[in-house]
Structures are given as C-alpha cells and as structure tokens.
Design a binder for this molecule. Structure first.
Ligand SMILES: Cc1cc2nc3c(=O)[nH]c(=O)nc-3n(C[C@H](O)[C@H](O)[C@H](O)COP(=O)(O)OP(=O)(O)OC[C@H]3O[C@@H](n4cnc5c(N)ncnc54)[C@H](O)[C@@H]3O)c2cc1C
Length: 322
C-alpha cells in the first residue's frame, strides 16, 4: 500500500482544523497514513492524530523547535518524510508551511504545489487545483518527475471526518537532527489577539472604510464574538491605521477561505476579492446597491451597517442562545 505523510499542527491541546481536514482526506484515499508532529509538547497530540486516521505518528518533540526556525524544521521534517517512505505529503498552506515545504522538497529533489483549493487523491494518484492571478483563473497542477509530491492545501476546503476514539497509532520519536540550526530565534512576541488566525478561521466578519473609524469596529467585535468569528478588514482600513495590517484581507493581505465571510462597508475592489472570493458563503452589507461586492455575494443586505450589524448580532444571540 502506498503511503501518505500528513504534517499535523496543533493549537493548544487540539489539532488545527486544517490538519483534521488533511488527515480525513488522507484516510479516505485508501493509503497508509503517517502523521508528522514537530515542536515541544506535540507528543501529547499524537493520540489525536491516531484517532483521526494516522496509523503511525512521527514526533520530534524537541525544546529547540519552540519557534519556527527554517533550518531546524527543514532538518526535522525532511528526515521524517524520508523515513516515512511516503510519495505524497500534505500540509496546510500556512505562512510557515509555505516557507518550510519548498526547503524540504528541495532536499528531496521534489516539487511543491502550494495554496491549493481542490485535492483529488486516489490510492496512487494526486491531482490538485489552485487559484492564479488573484483568483481570476485556476490551474490544474500535475507533478512530473517528482519522487515526493508536496501539496499545501488552503484550510476550510475539505470536510473533517469523525474521530474514532478507539483508534490508536504507533508513535515513533525522532531526535532533532544534529548540526541543524545555523540561526536561532531568541524571542517571539505574541500579538494581542487570542482569536483564530484569519487564514484558519471558519467565520470572518470584515469591516471596510464604511466603518468610518477604529472605535466603530466594536460592533464588528460583538458580532464576531457571538458567531465565534475572527475580525478582518480591507486595506483602506489597515492603511488608515484603524486596525493592524495583520487583519488585512486581500491581494496584499491574507488569503482566506472561511465557511462564512461577512463584509461590512467594503466596496468589493478586485484586490479585496482576490483574498476572500474562495469563501463558501459571502454576506455583504453595503448602503450602495451597486457596490461590486454584491456581484460576488451569496446574500446581500442593502442598508446602513450601523443599523444592520447590531440587529444581526441581536438575532444571532437569540438564535444561538447567547
Ligand atoms: C496593488 C494594490 C493592492 C491592494 N491590495 C489590497 C488588499 O489586499 N486588500 C484590500 O482590501 N484592498 C487592497 N487594495 C485596495 C483596493 O483597491 C481598495 O482601495 C480597497 O479594498 C477599498 O477598501 P474599502 O472597500 O474598505 O473602501 P471603499 O472602496 O471606500 O468602500 C467603502 C464602502 O463602504 C460603503 N459604506 C459606506 N458607509 C456605509 C454604511 N454606513 N453602511 C454600509 N455601507 C457603507 C460604501 O458604499 C462603499 O462601498 C489594493 C490596491 C492596490 C492598487
């Protein structure tokens, strides 16, 4: 049976949703699933990877891997992938993965398809599709002469399977390869937000210039807290200094693909659409009925966001018993 390696990432004591999606896709493919976990404390997540489809879990639970370091992570993950014997590697297309996996693939003389939105896995084949030119078209990508096929999938594109609490995996521990780490990260300063990162969020409430100022984002925070969503923004808002640039969605910001994207007071410029048009359900709130965002929306609400948003929050609170 051919083997597939899934790079699994955790968030506290849970596996990230993107990793659960990949484990499920790997399990459904009929291949033998090997999961890889890297970083201090990740051994505690091995059982969860087993319950979600991994037959074997490789763990490099080394204190030296606390912060992402291209040298050490490349050494650890390359060793694991080589040892696994897998010819397909799946990882979420996170900022870290987009830096890490081209390095790992280069060591294994293989190719990478990043930012993929469609994955077709069979017992031996792999086909992917990815957006190009800010989402104006998509390309089907094929691997040629690539001993290992590295696929980085955008989160929220695939279903999560049911975990099997009784399933167990064989855990194999790997030491951090000696001599890796020419650079060292001395300190990582965390941002103020504890919210799920935009690129992994299942629901996003974004505000544009129609919000008028930074203080008014409070009404978006209320809606987001009710829905368990993360708050995003257009570039106009980030450039105005109302929110940090880390919240910007779009061509020069973050690419997101949540199940629900609510755009409030955002006109729908092509550069904004480039970052969020992969969202499953788009709800636009705009007082201008001709705003371009309505052409991309599943649902459109023509109205003043300062009336609509509080009403939506109130109704969701009732519906969700909050
Ligand atoms: C190279 C380049 C890269 C770019 N990258 C990005 C990017 O990554 N992300 C991004 O977002 N933009 C990006 N932009 C900028 C982009 O072109 C737009 O300028 C920007 O997206 C506009 O932001 P906005 O929709 O918030 O503001 P506007 O276009 O000013 O729209 C504000 C909207 O709010 C509505 N509105 C106003 N008041 C209310 C109210 N009370 N209730 C309801 N609706 C209201 C208006 O009708 C209007 O439609 C980029 C531009 C360039 C040239």
């Amino acid at each position: 049976m051919s083997k597939i390696f899934v790079f699994v990432e955790g968030h506290g004591s849970e596996l990230k949703k993107g990793s659960l999606e990949l484990l499920n896709a790997a399990k459904q493919s009929g291949r033998e699933v090997i999961a890889g976990l890297v970083g201090p404390g990740t051994k505690a997540l091995a059982a969860k990877a087993g319950q979600n489809g991994a037959k074997t879990v490789f763990v490099c639970d080394d204190a030296g891997l606390g912060h992402y370091n291209p040298d050490t992570f490349t050494a650890a993950v390359s060793t694991m992938v080589k040892e696994s014997g897998a010819d397909v590697v799946l990882a979420s297309s996170s900022v870290m993965a987009r830096d890490l996996f081209p390095r790992v693939a280069a060591r294994l003389d293989s190719g990478v398809a990043s930012d993929c939105t469609v994955l077709e896995l069979s017992a031996s084949g792999v086909k992917v599709r990815k957006p190009l030119y800010s989402g104006k078209c998509t390309a089907e990508v094929e691997f040629v002469n690539s001993p290992v096929r590295f696929v980085l999938m955008r989160p929220n594109q695939l279903p999560v399977g049911a975990a099997d609490a009784a399933a167990t995996a064989t855990v194999r521990e790997f030491p951090l390869p000696a001599g890796s780490g020419k650079i060292t990260c001395k300190e990582m300063v965390k941002g103020a937000s504890n919210k799920t990162d935009l690129t992994e969020a299942n629901a996003i409430v974004s505000g544009g210039r129609g919000m008028q100022n930074a203080e008014n984002f409070k009404i978006l925070d209320d809606l987001a807290n009710t829905l368990g969503a993360t708050v995003g923004a257009s570039r106009a808002v980030a450039d105005a200094g109302w929110v940090p640039h880390s919240m910007q969605v779009g061509q020069t910001g973050k690419t997101v693909a949540p199940s629900l994207y609510i755009a409030a007071g955002i006109s729908g410029a092509i550069q904004h659409l480039a970052g969020m048009s992969g969202s499953k359900v788009i709800v636009a709130i705009n007082k201008d009925p001709d705003a371009p965002i309505f052409q991309k929306s599943t649902y459109g609400i023509v109205g003043d966001l300062f009336e609509v948003i509080p009403k939506l929050t109130e109704e969701f609170k009732k519906a969700l018993h909050k």
